[in-house]
Design a protein around this ligand. Structure first.
Ligand code: ZN
Length: 403
């Protein structure tokens, strides 16, 4: 009985083997996919110190013959490179950065498969070695500042920093390099005019690109500013009613400024001093003046009111980008310029606007509008405000010295 089936079974068996072998042979000659290269433990343009544990992971449809790894053009001695013999493999290797100079290096990976075409994929990974111990210190460790002023904190480091933040009064502020390649980092910290006088700590976390960390502490003593008092400020009721018809609430302005603060560029758009936006004939309301009005109750005037002729030109006090150009109930026709790293200047009660749009880059001295009395104003003046991280500070401090 059995031998009757034997012959067809052999034929099937031989055919299957032949088809299988044929496909294998075909695949050997026709395979053209490039082998995969995935590197774990090393990122392109990343910074590294000490020993870097890496692995090459490759998952392919044809078996791999050999791998070559070059570090700065020299072959890296890794066992098992020349006899992979598998489609998928994981090849661990280490880079001892202690043997390398600080700076830029290049890792080259070549993976060749075992097909007739010897398909070869190659990839380069630039990376940086940094084995220098981190140094960082405050240029000035103690700051004596009045309410409503800006603290200009600076630290110096021996290298480029990845992230440096300062904690002050439960808020965090970022340090930025003074210029593109500078190792001096600066930070602007606003002191609200109502911040209680006293001694406060500055805590800084400095971190480089290879995760070395240093903690620095500084001190701030806030002195009372003795802001002047003003009584009986009022704006005619009829005027406010008229303004309500044509203006948006200032709550909308504040919300927009919070949003714009998140988008403020990570670098200064300015250099040098901030200039007065008008030729100041008189300061009608100084910064921080304590006011009492029927509409707003008791409040501090966190800006300066400056006077020139009605409808005279109001200029941008520094380079920046226009982020607000609109009419609001209290501030009237308002322009806000973002100077980068969270520094805004505001120009309020304008008669009208110059030929500017939101998003425009303006230069110091470009016209923004004309001096007016729109909004909550009882005479022609410019309400000029400077904000650091959305806290209004004395703008005259910024015109008297270079930040
Ligand atoms: Zn004002």
């Amino acid at each position: 009985m059995l031998h009757r089936f034997k012959t067809p079974l052999i034929i099937i068996f031989v055919s299957v083997i032949s088809i299988f072998t044929g496909m294998k042979v075909l695949s050997y000659f026709t395979h053209s996919d490039l082998p995969e290269i995935n590197i774990y433990g090393l990122q392109k343009d990343g910074y590294y110190s000490n020993t870097v544990e890496c692995s090459l992971v490759s998952d392919n449809s044809y078996k791999i013959d050999n791998v070559n790894i070059f570090l700065d053009g020299k072959e890296l001695n890794v066992p098992g490179l020349n006899k992979i013999g598998k489609k998928s493999f994981k090849l661990p290797f280490t880079i001892e950065t202690k043997d390398l100079k600080n700076g830029k290096h290049c890792l080259d990976i070549q993976v060749v498969d075992a097909s007739y075409n010897k398909n070869k994929n190659e990839e380069s990974f630039d990376f940086y070695v940094d084995n220098t111990p981190l140094k960082a210190a405050f240029l000035q460790q103690e700051y004596k500042v009045e309410q409503g002023r800006t603290i200009h904190a600076k630290i110096q480091s021996n290298k480029k920093l990845a992230n440096t933040e300062i904690q002050f009064l439960e808020k965090t502020y970022k340090f930025y390099p003074e210029s593109e390649f500078s190792k001096t980092y600066e930070c602007f910290i606003p002191l609200d005019c109502e911040q209680k006088p006293g001694e406060y700590m500055l805590n800084v976390d400095v971190q480089d690109f290879v995760k070395n960390k240093i903690k620095l502490t500084g001190k701030v003593s806030i002195k009372e500013a003795n802001f002047p008092k003003q009584k009986g400020f009022s704006v005619a009721q009829g005027k406010l009613e008229e303004e309500k018809e044509i203006s948006m609430s200032n709550k909308i302005l504040e919300e927009a400024l919070e949003k714009w603060l998140e988008d403020s560029p990570d670098k200064k758009l300015w250099s040098g001093n901030f200039e007065l936006p008008i030729d100041v004939k008189r300061v009608s309301t100084p910064f921080g003046e304590i006011r009492t009005s029927a509409e707003k109750g008791r409040y501090l005037h966190k800006a300066v009111d400056v006077l020139n002729y009605p409808r005279s030109i109001v200029w941008a006090s520094q380079d920046g980008r226009v982020i607000i150009k609109d009419r609001f109930l209290l501030t009237g026709n308002t322009v806000v310029v973002d100077h980068g790293i969270g520094i805004f200047t505001m120009y309020c009660h304008l008669e009208d606007f110059a030929d500017i749009e939101v998003g425009d880059i303006v230069k110091k001295g470009n016209p923004l509008g004309r001096l007016g009395m729109t909004g909550y104003a009882n005479g022609y003046h410019l309400h000029w405000e400077l904000r650091v991280n959305n806290v209004a500070v004395d703008p005259f401090q910024w015109t008297k010295r270079t930040f």
